[in-house]
Design a protein around this ligand. Structure first.
Ligand SMILES: O=C[C@H](O)COP(=O)(O)O
Length: 255
């Protein structure tokens, strides 16, 4: 596995945080700190902040993403947003299958796959989240769970389309808990996911795939996690809400 074949991407997932004024202030503070980064920089923000984020990041190296999208192009789906609505705004990325969507909003592997398909059809880059629950890790079925989530989510995705997908391995027990997977645990599962991708699409596709780690990554632990051979960046929750912390992670990924 040659890490130099792929680019690290640091993506902030703001979740349900920041009003428009706060979003603008955070981006303005962040801009000079991440300018010139030698990695991809993405901020995934609430729908209500997309316009603000797109305007504030214009002409910078920061790309803007949404935190979800629906699988249909349009229709009677109250409260949902389509992938086409996002691309029409200029949004380039979308997070799909985050564990909070799976846990609290009934997302299944099948609906994650439908949303991935819709996002690709609309031309979006996808950050596809997979990860095991604590009890699944304790049962020793982490690889089965992550492998299955990956395979189902990628159903009907061509090798060419795969280039627009980043996988984020996020052990559910490490999200927002301050409990990070060890660098070794993160690398092991990322490596396994890469093997699964290789089985589906071939070694060249697996080698080229960006696979992030997410789950309490912060300014203090980012360097060690990002130094792992199969960890190509991070999906950052809490630490992406502070410009200084986020920029330390971006700098660690740029080394
Ligand atoms: O999408 C981000 C992950 O859920 C990680 O969140 P966290 O960094 O707050 O643990």
């Amino acid at each position: 596995m040659n890490k130099t074949l792929r680019k690290a991407v640091i993506a902030g997932n703001w979740k349900m945080n920041k009003n428009r004024k706060e979003a603008k202030a955070l981006i303005e503070e962040m801009k000079p700190l991440v300018a010139g980064a030698d990695c991809g920089v993405v901020i995934c923000v609430p729908y209500t902040n997309l316009e603000t984020a797109l305007q504030a990041t214009e002409g910078t190296n920061i790309k803007v993403g949404a935190e979800n999208c629906h699988w249909a192009k349009s229709g009677a789906f109250t409260g949902e947003i389509s992938a086409d609505m996002l691309t029409e705004m200029g949004v380039e990325y979308v997070v799909i299958g985050h564990s909070e969507r799976r846990q609290y909003f009934g997302e299944t592997d099948a609906t994650v796959n439908q949303r991935v398909r819709a996002a690709l059809d609309a031309g979006l880059n996808v950050i596809l989240c997979v990860g095991e629950l604590l009890e699944q890790r304790e049962q020793g079925i982490t690889e089965e769970v992550c492998g299955m989530q990956t395979k189902v989510a990628l159903g009907g995705v061509s090798k060419e389309e795969l280039k627009k997908i980043i996988i984020a391995y996020e052990p559910v027990w490490a999200i927002g808990t301050g409990k990070t997977a060890t660098a070794q645990q993160a690398n092991e599962v990322n490596h396994y996911i890469r093997t699964v991708v290789g089985g589906l699409y071939g070694q060249d596709a697996a080698d080229a795939m960006t696979i992030q780690y997410g789950g309490s990554m912060n300014a203090g632990n980012a360097e060690e996690l990002l130094a792992q051979p199969d960890v190509d960046g991070g999906l950052i929750g809490g630490a992406s809400l502070k410009a200084a912390d986020f920029s330390v992670i971006v700098k660690a990924a740029s080394k």
